[in-house]
Design a protein around this ligand. Sequence first.
Ligand code: DSN
Length: 431
Amino acid sequence: MTASSTSTNRASRPQPSLAQVDPEVFAAIRHEEQRQSSVLEMIPSENYASRAVIEAVGSVLTNKYAEGYAGARYYHGNEFIDEVERLAIDRAKALFGAEHANVQPHSGAQANMAVYLGLLQPGDRVLGMQLDAGGHLTHGSPVNASAKLYRFAAYGVDRETEVIDYDAMLETARQHEPKVIVVGATAYPRQFDFERARQVADAVGSLLMADMAHIAGLVAGGVHPSPVGHAQVITTSTHKTLRGPRGGMILCDRPFARRVDRGVFPGTQGGPLMHVIAGKAVMLHEAATEEFRQHARQIVANAKALAEALLSAGLRLVSGGTETHLVLVDVRGLGLSGQEAADALERAGVVVNKNTIPYDPLPPTQGSGVRMGTPAITSRGMGEAEMRRVGEMIGRVLRAPSDAKVAERTRAEVRALCEAFPAPGIPERGD
Ligand code: DSN
């Protein structure tokens, strides 16, 4: 046998599968598939990526270093990588009508930090939404690098209406004179008025940055007003209502493109995750379809139906209802913390998350609310009739959180519902 035929044989020998190489990780993934298939995933920031997205993320693109941008890389061999990144950028610009897109941020948080680095100097003033009013850690929470590097002040929601008071935002902006105002939230059930927020920013000579992570899919689907044309810079994650792979993205007006790009690379990141960028390209292709627009309409219709069912079950909703994909339930009247309520729901197969509510007396580790949303269960094909059933189940469990029989009965109903509406992107296994 010659040396060359030996090496050919070695190269063509079939590689062992994941199950053979690492049965423990394989088993954990299979169990997670089963869990995702058999529960009602109602954490509003989660979703089911399509099989096509998952295929792209599981591709050999994970092997490639591509520091830099298309046409200007620090490594060779990036012909096809450039093609993928350009596709993602062009699709992002077309979908949202933006002048510039950067698809490299590894997450929404990374996107936010890159924008701050690109637009601000350490110590500059920024105005963001209060965490317990629905803001995000990177909008100036004291425990986050954003607040350690920049001087944040916060606006919130009106104590009575629990809706953003843009006049109060203007007043705070006048006092604080920020360079950037951040509009966006993780637990806000109402639409943002980006036009009004831009007026506030203009009045104090600030830039407006929109973090549309939660609502990006609703914006793409035309059921939430777009920040494009109002906010000069827009950040998002790509795995929430957009239903893509876990990651981030930035859109901006052309004059900010260079600063934003440099904030991402070399400012805060090294090599981009090209397999994830391929998944983002696929997601952007899917989100540009009429089918996705219909899906976005259904997410909001489902959230409204869910909110009505929860109100009928006697629960209090922050701001009284929803205009988006999520509702925030105040569980104090039930004598529960958010943690206790979310635990009880999980025992019944309904997965939500504990959350603070506006002016919450409890810390985020407990929270006085639970946050729930309809993106993932809408991806399963459920409609308003199912939302009414789900709302009734949630009400039932929260009224008897320690009753094992109620949990068991609800768990069985959840299982039946999940079997009738299979989760997309998860292979059906015969084993
Ligand atoms: N963790 C996200 C959410 O659940 O809303 C925010 O980054």
